[in-house]
Design a protein around this ligand. Structure first.
Ligand code: KIV
Ligand code: ZN
Length: 524
C-alpha cells in the first residue's frame, strides 16, 4: 500500500514587524538645553530616514512657529518614513498638525489627552467624561485629515486601567489605528507594564489587525527600555523611542537599544525591525553633536566603550575570536576601526580619511576643517578618528557664525588673579576684551560675554578627553542660559581653556543668531 505523502516541512514563522516610531525630534527635543533649528531637525530627520525608522515624530506643531516650520520642512523634504506631528485634542492643534504635514508622502496625526486623576484634576481641571468627549472629538477631527491617526492616553500607568481601556476603545471607534500607551513619568515596572499592555491588546485591539498597540516609556527609574521590551512580549508592535535615549527629564526609551535588542535576540522576541543598523553610530553622533548632549562612555550600543575591551583576558579572547566577549559585531552598528592622521598628513590624506569616515564637506568647510586639523596636529602629533570627528563637527557647526574667536591670551595663575584676553571678530570688526575670573575658564567666559554683549549663566560644563596623557585632545561641551532659554556649544582643542572658549563662542553665537532672528521677525 502506498504511504501517504509526508507533510511538507512548515517554513519557519516569519517574524512579525515591530514599528520603530522615533520621537528624537519631538520628545527628545524637549530635554533641557536642546534647541534645534529647523535646519538641524531636517538633518536629523534625513539621517533617521537613512536609518530606516518607520515613523518620525517631527514635532508638536501648535507648540511654536519653529516646531511648525520644522515639521513642514521635514514633511516636504524627507522621504521614506511616515512623518507624524503631535497634537492635543483641541481643534486648533489638530488643524495646525494637519497643515504642517500637508506635503508629506505619508503622514500621521498623534493625538493625546491625559487620563490620570492627577493630570485631569490638578492640571487640566476636567472630569473624566469631559476628557472622553474631547478624545472622541479630537480623534474624529484628525481622521478627517489623515487615515493614519494615533491616540495616547497620557500618564496611562497612573490612570485607572478601566478608564484607559474605555478611552482607547473610544479612540479606535473614532478612527485611531495606533493606540500608544505612555508611561509618561517612568513609574511602571516591566511585569506591571506588560500586564497593562496585554489587557489593551486583548480588549482594545481585540483581534482587529488594523490596530497596532504601541508603547512610549520614560526612563525616570531606568526602566524605559526594559518596559518597552516587556511590552513586545505582551503584544505591542510599535515602540516609541529617541536616539541616545534623550527626552523629558531622564529621557525616553533609546532607539538604538531597542533596534539592537530585537535584532540580536530575534529568537527571544519573535519580531524584527526594518532598520539599517549600520547607520546607528552615525545617527547617534549627529544627534549628540546637534543637541550638545554627550553620549555617556558606557552607553549600550553607541557609547565609546561599548566595544572596547580593557582586561587582558578579554583582549586576548577577542583577538582569538571576536564572539568570546562581543554579542554584536561593531560593524553592524556602523563602528569602524579607528583611523589616524599625523602632522605630516596632507590635504589628500585628509580628504581620503574623511571619505572613509563617510563625511562629505563643502569646499569652505573642508578648508576650515583642514586648517584646524593642521593647527592641532602640529601641537599634538597624531589625531585619531574621534578627534577628527570633533574637529569636523565644530568647524561645520560654525557655518552661520556671527562672531569668531581669533585669539586667547591667559595671564595669572596660582597666586595672581587669572585674566583672560579674548580677541574676536564680528564681521570685519575686531574686538578685544580682557576680564578677570575665579579661574582661567571663568575669566575666558566673562571676557566672551563682554565681547558678545550678552550676559549668560553657565549651566553645564563637561570636558571629555579623546585620548589619555598630558597632550590629550579634548572636547568641551557647555550649556548656557540667557533669560529663559538655554543654548549648547562644543569646542575641541588640546588645551582645555581654549576648547572651553570655543564652546562658549559656539553657544553665544546660537544666542546671537536667535536674537537677530527674533529682531528680524519683529518678535520682542
Ligand atoms: O510622555 C508622554 O506621555 C508623551 C505623550 C505626548 C505621548 O510624550
Ligand atoms: Zn513622553
Amino acid at each position: 500500500m502506498n504511504q501517504p505523502p509526508a507533510p511538507s516541512p512548515q517554513p519557519p514563522a516569519r517574524p512579525e514587524r515591530l514599528v520603530i516610531f522615533d520621537t528624537t525630534l519631538r520628545d527628545g527635543e524637549q530635554a533641557p538645553g536642546i534647541a534645534l533649528s529647523p535646519d538641524d531637525k531636517v538633518a536629523i530627520a534625513t539621517q533617521l530616514a537613512r536609518l530606516k525608522v518607520d515613523v518620525i515624530e517631527a514635532g508638536f506643531a501648535a507648540s511654536s512657529q519653529g516646531d511648525f516650520e520644522a515639521i513642514r520642512r521635514i514633511a516636504a523634504e524627507v522621504h521614506g518614513p511616515v512623518i507624524a506631528a503631535l497634537a492635543r485634542t483641541h481643534p486648533d492643534d489638530i488643524d495646525r498638525a494637519a497643515e504642517s504635514l500637508a506635503s508629506a508622502e505619508r503622514s500621521r496625526i498623534h493625538v493625546f489627552m491625559s487620563t490620570s486623576p492627577i493630570h485631569m484634576e490638578r492640571m487640566l481641571n476636567i472630569t473624566p467624561s469631559e476628557a472622553l468627549a474631547s478624545i472622541i472629538e479630537g480623534v474624529s477631527r484628525a481622521k478627517t485629515y489623515s487615515d493614519d491617526v494615533e491616540f495616547s492616553p497620557q500618564d496611562a500607568t497612573r490612570s485607572d486601567p478601566d478608564f484607559v481601556i474605555e478611552t482607547c476603545k473610544a479612540a479606535v471607534a473614532a478612527g485611531a489605528t495606533t493606540i500608544n500607551i505612555p508611561d509618561t513619568v517612568g513609574y511602571s515596572m516591566p511585569s506591571e507594564f506588560a500586564s497593562l499592555i496585554e489587557r489593551v491588546v486583548r480588549e482594545v485591539r481585540n483581534g482587529d489587525e488594523r490596530v497596532i498597540i504601541s508603547t512610549h516609556c520614560h526612563n525616570d527609574l531606568g526602566m524605559a527600555v526594559a518596559n518597552s521590551l516587556a511590552a513586545i512580549g505582551a503584544g505591542a508592535r510599535q515602540i516609541e523611542c529617541a536616539v541616545n535615549g534623550i527626552g523629558e527629564r531622564a529621557g525616553n526609551t533609546s532607539t538604538e537599544e531597542i533596534i539592537m535588542a530585537v535584532r540580536t535576540r530575534g529568537d527571544h522576541f519573535g519580531v524584527d525591525v526594518g532598520a539599517d543598523t549600520t547607520q546607528i553610530f552615525e545617527t547617534s553622533r549627529l544627534v549628540s553633536r546637534l543637541t550638545g548632549y554627550p553620549v555617556q562612555f558606557n552607553k549600550a550600543v553607541v557609547g565609546r566603550n561599548a566595544f572596547a575591551h580593557e582586561a587582558g583576558i578579554h583582549q586576548h579572547g577577542v583577538l582569538k575570536h571576536r564572539e568570546t566577549y562581543e554579542i554584536m559585531d561593531p560593524a553592524t552598528v556602523g563602528q569602524r576601526s579607528l583611523l589616524v592622521l599625523g602632522k605630516h598628513s596632507g590635504r589628500a590624506a585628509f580628504a581620503d580619511t574623511l571619505d572613509k569616515m563617510g563625511v562629505v564637506l563643502e569646499d569652505v568647510e573642508f578648508q576650515r576643517a583642514f586648517d584646524r586639523f593642521k593647527e592641532l596636529a602640529d601641537r599634538k602629533g597624531e589625531i585619531g578618528e574621534e578627534g577628527l570627528r570633533g574637529i569636523i563637527e565644530e568647524e561645520t557647526g560654525i557655518a552661520a557664525d556671527v562672531v569668531k574667536l581669533v585669539g586667547l591670551h591667559l595671564k595669572g595663575g596660582d597666586q595672581e588673579t587669572p585674566v583672560a584676553t579674548v580677541r574676536v571678530t564680528r564681521g570685519d570688526e575686531p574686538i578685544e576684551v580682557s576680564a578677570e575670573g575665579d579661574g582661567m575658564v571663568n575669566a575666558a567666559f566673562v571676557a566672551l560675554q563682554d565681547a558678545f554683549g550678552i550676559p549668560a549663566t553657565l549651566l553645564d560644563y563637561r570636558v571629555v578627553p579623546y585620548t589619555a596623557g598630558a597632550d590629550a585632545m579634548a572636547e568641551v561641551s557647555v550649556i548656557i542660559q540667557i533669560g529663559p532659554t538655554t543654548y549648547s556649544g562644543r569646542g575641541v582643542s588640546t588645551d582645555v581653556v581654549e576648547g572651553s572658549a570655543r564652546a562658549f563662542v559656539a553657544a553665544l553665537n546660537k544666542a546671537l543668531t536667535a536674537r537677530n532672528g527674533a529682531l528680524a521677525s519683529g518678535d520682542s
